[in-house]
Ligand binder design. Sequence first.
Ligand code: CP
Length: 311
Amino acid sequence: MQHFLGIEELTAEDLESLLGAAAEIKRNLPSAAPPVPSGRILVNLFFESSTRTRVSFEIAARRLGHEVVNWTTQGTSHEKGETLLDTTATLAAMGPAVIVLRHPAAGAPWLLASRSERGPAEPGGYAVVNAGDGAHEHPSQALLDALTLREQLGTLRGKTIAIVGDLAHSRVARSNLFCLTKLGATVRLCGPAGLRPVGLESLGPPGTVSVHASLEEAIEGVDAVMGLRIQRERLDGGGFIGEAQYRRRYGLTRERLSRLPPHAVVMHPGPLNRGVELTPELADGPRSVILGQVENGIPIRMAILERVMQR
Ligand code: CP
């Protein structure tokens, strides 16, 4: 694995291997010795805001003994109009082993990877890790979600997961759809008509993905419900029914989830629009594994960095 770009291009074996490595890292973390400095540098290149992903990549890298440089759009030559490729070439000339990229354009990490002619272990070479590209993929989020679900449910094989909300703009939904179906789960997608693109069923193997207008139908008997953030920054005025109507028809509440099996859990990638996608009572309640998802970001991202750094 020279780069870590998207779940769609990984096999079930790749996913199992990364999840197994992350589970072992998590088990060993409490007794881990201080890391030996590696002399290698990770650059977080974030063109969009982030708390969980950026900080957990930084902590993961530090836990592995790497140094970290955080680049953001504010206070850098991005404000003078420097392009993504010129910025990357400039940073690459300073010798980082890994560039973790979050960018609003779908496909941007693949573009950077195509410009990294040498592997990360070679002089001038770097690995690219996708930390979210537009509405396309957020692969490390899907892996940490899968690790959380496996901890809660034992296995994903034969389980049913409902994903509810802004399906049109959610890279989390797409990466989870690819990840969950490759690991043997069935996925039910649900959201308002304007945020529910046609053809979503075809993104999974036949029979593994269904699309629902009705929340009640989508969550009937599921093992987990994942709420999605309404991506206000990507809404261009169309498709959204307004917060009040969204809350009425698609808001996740304790009453709505009261008929789920006792083991069923509630997830959300964050950040939450509290009281819209999820009630605070549900987000902070016993079914919620939201902070468990955040915690699992560290071992998952350590496993990803170990894998791309091996090259
Ligand atoms: N889940 C997620 O990507 O959160 P951040 O935007 O805070 O990184």
